[in-house]
Design a protein around this ligand. Structure first.
Ligand code: B1M
Length: 234
């Protein structure tokens, strides 16, 4: 960045200016500045979720547009992702500290061929904050990983993430395998990721498509409640 950038004192900026500066800093992959900005907003009384959505996800949306348009390339986007993760690391314990009662459990992972994990990590963080126990399988998961984790942890929910149009069909491979093995109805299957939509979720046999992490939490709560009610009346 230019020398002007070095002279900016983040703490002197208004909230609005600071958020815009953080979008620039995320774009430039400046992890320390992002961490500083997150801490300043928290000190000013911003709720962790607001910092996450407005300052971090807002910045990543701009990166995504320029990545799509060929203005940014993989190395720059990796730096932006690293800066975003720095900010998320600060927010993670705060989002988890809600003291929410235990709601249920979830195994989640990004599907085979896909290494995008920021959205999945966000979903994991928010689910933990809402009282769910989360087993995160990481990225690039073949069907065998999901099956092994489901057998081991016996969660209420299976969550899958995909960010590429080329990897999202793999979610159907996982669901079809569960059907073949007679295990599909043992789990609530929730799917998410930028290229998905509700129609796709239905077409592959998922219980629900979740647009974002907040929707994932609400959907998970609703389905777990429904499952427990069914068990109680059975
Ligand atoms: Co990637 N990439 N990328 N990338 N990348 C996208 C996805 C893309 C849309 C960019 C673009 O062209 N505009 C495009 C996909 C096009 C398509 O298929 N339609 C793309 C491409 C093409 C690629 C490569 C092929 C580029 C290349 O190599 N030429 C390559 C593929 C690598 C691979 O996976 N095999 C690639 C690589 C990368 C990086 C490694 C550089 C980096 C990932 C770093 C990382 O994740 N650690 C990266 C990034 C950062 C992006 C963008 C810019 C940002 C993704 C992100 O983190 N968003 C992205 C553009 C975009 O999405 N606008 C792009 C922020 C995050 C909070 O949102 O992930 O959508 P999101 O998650 C949301 C919801 O979707 C939902 O909740 C989350 C939180 O609210 N959600 C779930 C997500 N998962 C869920 C699971 C659930 C529920 C909800 O389960 C219950």
């Amino acid at each position: 960045m230019s020398e002007d950038q070095d002279e900016i004192i983040l703490a002197d900026l208004s909230d609005e200016e600071l958020v815009e500066q953080m979008w620039d800093d995320l774009y430039d992959g400046l992890k320390e500045e992002i961490e500083e900005g997150v801490n300043i907003l928290l000190e000013r009384g911003w709720a962790p979720y607001r910092v996450l959505t407005e300052a971090l996800v807002g910045g990543m949306t701009i990166v995504g547009k320029d990545f799509r348009d060929g203005i940014l390339f993989v190395p720059e986007v990796l730096l932006a992702a690293n800066a975003m993760k720095g900010g998320m690391f600060i927010l993670k314990p705060l989002l988890a500290e809600t003291g929410a009662p235990r709601m249920g459990s979830m195994v989640i992972g990004t599907v085979k061929g896909d290494i995008h994990d920021i959205g999945k990590n966000l979903v994991s963080m928010m689910m933990e904050g809402a009282g769910f126990e989360v087993v995160d399988l990481g990225i690039n998961n073949p069907v065998e990983n999901y099956l092994a984790a489901l057998d081991e942890h016996k969660p209420d929910i299976l969550g899958m993430s995909a960010l590429l149009t080329t990897t999202m069909p793999y979610m159907k491979v996982v669901i079809d395998t569960l059907v073949e093995q007679g295990k599909r109805d043992d789990y609530i299957v929730l799917v998410g990721g930028a290229p998905l939509n509700e129609e796709f979720g239905k077409a592959i046999g998922a219980d629900a498509y979740c647009r974002d992490a907040a929707v994932a939490v609400e959907t998970a709560k609703e389905y777990v409640k429904r499952k427990h009610n069914q068990a109680a009346t059975a």
